[in-house]
Design a protein around this ligand. Structure first.
Ligand SMILES: *[C@@H]1O[C@H](CO)[C@@H](O)[C@H](O)[C@H]1NC(C)=O
Ligand SMILES: *[C@@H]1O[C@H](CO)[C@@H](O)[C@H](O)[C@H]1NC(C)=O
Ligand SMILES: *[C@@H]1O[C@H](CO)[C@@H](O)[C@H](O)[C@H]1NC(C)=O
Ligand SMILES: *[C@@H]1O[C@H](CO)[C@@H](O)[C@H](O)[C@H]1NC(C)=O
Ligand SMILES: *[C@@H]1O[C@H](CO)[C@@H](O)[C@H](O)[C@H]1NC(C)=O
Ligand SMILES: *[C@@H]1O[C@H](CO)[C@@H](O)[C@H](O)[C@H]1NC(C)=O
Length: 410
């Protein structure tokens, strides 16, 4: 009896753990880009959500309402030629931090509600300018106002998609005006890259970049997402003779090789190994390198050199700048016979072969592959891989469950 009771309790405990395991894993998070892709009339809004990276914020949250405006309604906003940061603020003003399905909109308690928006949540909204006033109006209309005086700026048109109570996508008649959101904010697009790098240990790299075509390439990519790996002063100083020896096109390529046209936070880099294209990538000229985690370190491997991230200058969407201890040498420009990178080689790294991973079936000597692979695989596994962990967890629990059941029925 006592045994049987204990067994029953175990089964219950195990069942509960199974549920805890299954819930977050079986869940399909919403994807606003995919939802709106079904409606061509909202393509402008959808595109802007992507380039402002607001789509990521929306996908991360639940209990949220996105008030979209048709392409025709968006032309008014586009005509203002606002900087991307202001557009981001304007759009974030259309993301309500509560779930308003069509039904709830028409049945607001006391007829009016003040909804906080994502603009309010950014902290960029002065006072209460980040709130939207929703009011049930005569004749079944729902009004959206941005001022305290009860002015109705836009009205509810229709429900576009509802996933209760995660996300509601509704169409409203026009963009909600907000002088606060439209005000130009000092954003990353005004960041002076070369100044920032100069002041933080990458003076030589920054000075080399200054006034070059590569500088323009970097600047042009900030808005849409940019990650720069800037070599420290000692490393780049030693590299200068080789740099000066390159053709103008080669110089531009090697500089652009240190930039990646997507924003990659340090945590993203730490949880993802793989090949990465760069600003120098141009069709057949791959100019890529491999990101590989090595314990706490993130290393960047070309077939010619392995550099390590040594510091962070900025890591804030859409811009990240990291310092690295060596100049990245693309195989497209530097022959393998070249002596190893003229860097102040940190002793710990030195014995590692800086080959493999990137190149296609490389004529690598069989001797160096066994040496490399053992440290490659564990790194993959410790990476933040929820899928794999969840799967193992379920299996483990399922095993526990069957053992308990066997015990119970014996
Ligand atoms: C709502 O989001 C949660 C968390 O992402 C998820 O577990 C759940 O399945 C979602 N609900 C629906 C109906 O998609
Ligand atoms: C959302 O969907 C778009 C288009 O299908 C896709 O490109 C994007 O990677 C998806 N985002 C996430 C977080 O899955
Ligand atoms: C609705 O109005 C009543 C009476 O004025 C008030 O007591 C109540 O707090 C209001 N409810 C909300 C949600 O504002
Ligand atoms: C919201 O708008 C209604 C009328 O549209 C108005 O009566 C109410 O005072 C407004 N509430 C706030 C807090 O602005
Ligand atoms: C950054 O500042 C330097 C001077 O410190 C200047 O020469 C350069 O043009 C600036 N770059 C941009 C993009 O404004
Ligand atoms: C510069 O290029 C020449 C010819 O390709 C080569 O012989 C020389 O070693 C190079 N110098 C440096 C510093 O790379």
């Amino acid at each position: 009896m006592q045994l049987r009771l204990t067994a029953t309790v175990s089964v219950v405990v195990v069942l509960l753990s199974v549920m805890v395991f299954l819930l977050p894993n079986s869940a399909e998070a919403h994807n606003i880009t995919r939802i709106l892709a079904k409606y061509p009339e909202f393509s402008t809004f959808n595109h802007l959500l992507t380039v402002t990276h607001l789509a990521d914020d929306i996908n991360r949250r639940t209990t949220i309402t996105v008030c979209v405006v048709s392409n025709a309604g968006m032309s008014e906003l586009l005509a203002k030629h606002l900087p991307i940061n202001s557009i981001k603020n304007v759009l974030s003003f259309h993301i309500l931090l509560d779930y308003f399905g069509a039904k709830k909109l028409h049945q607001i308690t006391n007829g009016t509600a003040l909804a906080a928006t994502m603009f309010q949540a950014t902290g960029d909204a002065p006072g209460s300018s980040g709130f939207v006033n929703i009011t049930d109006l005569r004749g079944g209309k729902v009004g959206f106002g941005t001022k305290d005086d009860g002015t109705v700026d836009a009205t509810f048109v229709k429900s576009v998609d509802e996933i209760p109570y995660n996300i509601s996508v509704i169409q409203i008649s026009s963009i909600l005006p907000s002088s606060e959101a439209e005000a130009p904010t000092p954003g990353p697009s005004q960041t002076n890259l070369t100044d920032l790098m100069s002041a933080h240990g990458c003076k030589v790299f920054a000075e080399t970049l200054l006034g070059s075509d590569a500088e323009k390439t970097f600047d042009d990519n900030i808005e849409s997402g940019l990650t720069i790996f800037c070599p420290g002063d000692d490393a780049f100083k030693n590299f200068l003779p080789k740099y000066k020896n390159l053709s103008a096109a080669g110089q531009q390529s090697v500089l652009e090789y240190h930039g990646v046209p997507v924003y990659q936070s340090l945590s993203t880099l730490k949880s993802n190994n793989g090949v990465m294209n760069t600003l120098a990538t141009d069709g057949a000229n791959k100019y890529d390198f491999t990101v590989q985690n090595d314990g706490e370190d993130v290393t960047l491997k070309t077939t010619r050199v392995t550099a390590k991230i040594t510091g962070t200058l900025i890591d804030e969407q859409p811009l990240a700048i990291f310092t690295i201890d060596k100049v990245l040498l693309p195989k497209e420009l530097f022959k393998a016979t070249l002596t190893p990178a003229p860097a102040p080689a940190p002793v710990a790294d030195a014995p590692k072969p800086s080959k493999k991973h990137n190149s296609p079936p490389a004529p690598a000597s069989p001797a160096d592959s066994p040496a490399d692979s053992p440290d490659g695989d564990p790194a993959d596994q410790t990476a933040d891989n929820n899928g794999a962990v969840g799967f193992n967890g379920e299996r483990f629990v399922a095993l526990g469950l069957s053992l308990c059941l066997a015990f119970f029925f014996s």
